[in-house]
Design a protein around this ligand. Structure first.
Ligand code: A3P
Ligand code: MG
Ligand code: MG
Ligand code: MG
Length: 347
């Protein structure tokens, strides 16, 4: 299967959602950031992006049965007192769709927007087709005006077969290391991959042709760069890096843009251990997983096993997640095991 039609629809949906999100990020006020029950932030852009992707995929792929596993839900939006915020979300969705010629005929109502977001309640699983969406991954980075991603993947019979990721603030040149100032200003990348066909990147704006991306071929760990999440330093990451002989400090970055950076060879390693039994959701990893593996990388848990996206909303994996190149995998896993033994962490 080549998933050509699905890829065209996914790129269109994600590009429009990224356009919506960029507009919000430029003018976002702290007072417009809501806090969810798990104490993580959410904004009008998270809801608007989910609605846009849901509407575009359904319209482009009809009459196919539509199943979407997505992060946001409408509980708070439907509560009394949320009317102004909800009107704002509806306007964002309307304006974004109106910027696309083929979508000007029937602007969505507030109820259409709520229903489109609610479509994301699917549980996924090991049979059939399921779209997997993180409408804004790295909301913390988004709120700070830094890196975030719109990530969309397609699961077929429990396997990730397609992924599209917009990274509106990621430089088109390397995101890591010493690059000149002008190349850091040229930002906005759209990554995509389908199973067996490689991974590609193109500028988010304009009509430039996609270019194939490959992971780094560097085998010299002393020169290797490694990535981790922005929000909390994880002690075991530095102990793994030390065992590997990595001399550079970790590069902290929000969102799945870290997977994109490894897929393009900006860095060789992305480590994701968590502090407090946090359960990883499939939308935080599925798009990054296929883009990195199609670029020649590996994504596995601390036991070296590939990730399993077929068990519903959550990943079934052992402890940490490791993203690296095939060449470096044995060394990284050895260092992970030693560091875990020292910290008495179970595999
Ligand atoms: N305490 C925690 N530990 C690990 N991951 C967490 C977390 N709290 C939230 N997350 C998840 O980490 C994602 C961001 O990853 P990163 O830290 O690499 O930017 C968040 O995605 P959202 O921003 O989509 O909610 C959220 O799903
Ligand atoms: Mg996320
Ligand atoms: Mg999110
Ligand atoms: Mg979130």
């Amino acid at each position: 299967m080549s998933y050509e039609k699905e890829l065209v629809a996914a790129k269109k949906a994600v590009s429009l959602a990224a356009r919506l999100s960029q507009g919000v990020q430029k003018t976002l006020l702290q007072s417009e950031v809501w806090t969810k029950s798990d104490r993580t932030p959410v904004t009008a852009a998270d809801f608007g992006s989910q609605a846009v992707v849901s509407i575009v995929l359904q319209r482009e792929l009809q009459p196919a049965i539509f199943s979407l596993v997505a992060e946001e839900e409408t509980g708070e939006l439907r509560k009394k007192g949320s009317e102004v915020f909800l009107e704002g979300v509806t306007k964002l969705v309307k304006d974004t769709l109106a910027s696309e010629e083929s979508y000007t005929d029937s602007p969505p109502s507030t109820e259409d927007v709520l229903n489109a977001i609610d479509c994301g309640k699917s549980e996924g699983g090991c049979s059939g087709y399921h779209w997997v969406l993180d409408p804004i991954d790295g909301t913390r980075g988004f709120v700070r005006g830094e890196q975030y991603a719109v990530g969309l993947a397609l699961l077929v019979e429990g396997e990730v077969v397609l992924g599209v990721m917009a990274c509106p603030n990621l430089p088109l040149a390397s995101a890591v290391g010493e690059t000149d100032e002008s190349s850091q200003e040229n930002v906005g990348c759209l990554f995509f991959a389908t199973a067996g066909s490689g991974a590609y990147v193109q500028p988010l704006e304009g009509n430039s042709l996609p270019q194939k991306v490959c992971v780094s071929s560097n085998e010299n760990l002393e020169e290797a760069k490694f990535l981790e999440s922005y929000h909390k330093p994880i002690p075991i990451h530095s102990s793994i890096a030390k065992k590997l002989g990595i001399t550079a400090l970790p590069v902290r970055m929000d969102s799945q843009a870290k997977y994109a950076a490894v897929s393009r060879g900006d860095a060789e390693i992305y480590l994701r251990f968590t502090l407090s039994g946090h359960r990883e959701t499939i939308w935080d990893h599925a798009p990054g997983f296929i883009i990195t593996t199609e670029a020649g990388g590996v994504v596995c848990d601390a036991a070296g096993k590939s990730l399993d996206f077929s068990k519903g909303k959550y990943l079934a994996h052992e402890t940490g997640i490791i993203v690296t190149t095939k060449k470096l995998k044995p060394w990284v896993l050895k260092a992970v095991k030693e560091a875990m033994d020292e910290e008495k962490l179970d595999l």
